[in-house]
Write a protein that binds this ligand. Structure first.
Ligand SMILES: Cc1cc2nc3c(=O)[nH]c(=O)nc-3n(C[C@H](O)[C@H](O)[C@H](O)COP(=O)(O)OP(=O)(O)OC[C@H]3O[C@@H](n4cnc5c(N)ncnc54)[C@H](O)[C@@H]3O)c2cc1C
Length: 434
């Protein structure tokens, strides 16, 4: 690429103790947690609504579990989500519209400066330390400075701008596919099939529904990569949350593949709706009533931290002395980057595991935490901890940590982790139970 010289003075709009970049499940919890500790906090989001995949991403159900007492419980209560709704085997999708209102009001109750429609487009550096961020706004480029910045952008944008090391995908570089989820209404609940994914053996025409779908895809009736037809119930009778469209080979951190993916996924929605109407009893009159405002990204940058957690450790429920998220649990859910369905024939289940503090502290770069799906882990470990329950608990823990750094004038790398654990347990979060 050619380059141009571009220098200009950028106004510094305000200074904070803690800046949280990205208002997804991890970011909103990080901002609320930091603000509740008394930190002067900003929350930055590129879209016009907070929530990330909980709202604009139109992703549900909220899946995975963590130990008792975290902010995940508070958010789920707020959204009317019950424990059973989050079970991977019976998951029920939340009401996306209610979530939009509930989350924006929830954040508004806290002492947080929320900047919507602001894209974080660079990190302000002093040597190896992040001192703030550059925002692209309707008022032009602006800077915010902070004692600590939390990267909860999902894609690890801030960490990347700051020069952190990262990895993407598995050993061959391929990442999990992208999907646009949508909601159908007017489904006959009595007759309409449910299928929650590849661990579901629900039968159809005398065989496994998903095998039948695969045959349909091979025959050209379904898009080749959209053969895993996942039809979740929602909180409303006669409604289905559809997690089925799929495009492989899209990298959300590169401009060139994003538009093509969006176009193809939107086309798949129309095709799938017609296919369901023609082939699935109970779906004859199904109506499209909602879809994600943006392509859903399962995987992109994983920012390498002081510790890189592995799926093997999750499989044995490894405990860590510097635990800050406890009893995290979800299967290793790798959607196939070269076809449809799961990438691995045998699905790996986990024993409730710990996430250690060091996974949230990027190597070499100071003044920065990561939270959410961009934390430090392997491709296979990420496929488990990326679910929204676990991301919320991560955000909360890191939000508290960032507030403590700001208060004590220390860096994330030098924070006293025992003191952080005491603070978290003092808030009622279980970090140590068997
Ligand atoms: C199609 C799909 C289906 C899924 N299904 C489920 C499921 O059923 N259950 C479940 O629990 N999980 C599911 N997941 C996983 C889960 O939704 C995500 O891993 C989780 O939301 C990650 O949370 P996060 O806060 O790290 O990131 P996100 O939810 O991605 O939030 C990141 C936020 O940061 C903002 N942002 C990004 N870059 C910038 C920037 N440069 N400047 C400002 N803002 C920025 C984004 O707009 C977004 O709001 C699914 C994911 C996808 C894509």
């Amino acid at each position: 690429m050619n380059t141009i010289a571009y220098t200009r003075e950028i106004p510094v709009r305000k200074s904070y103790d803690v800046i949280v970049c990205g208002a997804g499940p991890a970011g909103i919890c990080a901002a609320v947690a930091a603000a509740r500790q008394g930190a002067k906090t900003a929350l930055l989001e590129r879209y016009g609504i907070p929530g990330g995949n909980l709202t604009s991403g139109h992703v549900g159900p909220i899946l995975g579990s963590v130990s008792k007492g975290t902010m995940r419980d508070e958010v789920c209560t707020l959204l009317g989500v019950r424990d059973n709704d989050m079970d991977g085997k019976t998951g029920v999708a939340h009401d996306m519209e209610k979530a939009r209102i509930a989350l924006v009001e929830w954040i508004d109750h806290e002492n947080i400066d929320v900047y919507l429609q602001t894209m974080v487009s660079d990190a302000v550096m002093e040597g190896n330390t992040v001192k703030g961020v550059i925002l692209s706004t309707k008022e032009g480029l602006q800077a915010l400075t902070a004692s600590v910045v939390i990267d909860a952008t999902g894609d690890g944008d801030v960490a990347c701008f700051a020069g952190c090391e990262f990895e993407k995908g598995r050993d061959d570089g391929l990442m999990q596919p992208v999907t646009l989820e949508f909601t159908l209404d007017n489904v006959d609940e009595e007759r309409a099939i449910l299928c929650i994914g590849d661990i579901d053996d629900v039968q159809f025409h005398g065989q496994r529904f998903l095998d039948w779908c695969k045959q349909q895809a091979e025959a050209g009736a379904l898009p080749k990569n959209a053969a895993a037809v996942r039809l979740h119930p929602t909180v409303y009778k006669g409604s289905r949350q559809v997690n089925t469209t799929q495009v492989n080979g899209c990298d959300s951190t590169k401009l060139e593949t994003v538009y093509e993916a969006e176009l193809e996924l939107r086309r798949q929605i129309r095709l799938l709706q017609n296919f369901f109407r023609e082939n699935l009893p109970g779906y004859e009159n199904c109506k499209l009533v909602g879809s994600a405002s943006t392509t859903g990204i399962r995987e992109s940058r994983r920012i390498l931290g002081e510790y890189v957690i592995t799926a093997e450790e999750l499989a044995v429920g490894k405990r860590f002395e510097d635990v800050i998220v406890h009893k995290a649990d979800f299967l290793v859910d790798i959607h196939n980057p070269t076809g449809s369905g799961q990438a691995e024939k045998k699905i790996q289940y986990c024993i409730p595991y710990d996430l250690p503090y060091r996974c949230f502290v990027p190597r070499r770069i100071d003044g920065l935490y990561t939270a959410g799906r961009c934390i430090s882990g392997t491709h296979r470990a990420h496929a488990s901890y990326r679910v929204m329950s676990i991301c919320m608990a991560m955000g909360e823990a890191v939000g508290v940590a960032a507030a403590m750094c700001a208060e004590n004038g220390c860096t994330p790398r030098s924070l006293n982790v025992k003191a952080l654990q005491e603070k978290l347990t003092g808030m009622g979060i279980d970090l140590f139970s068997e």
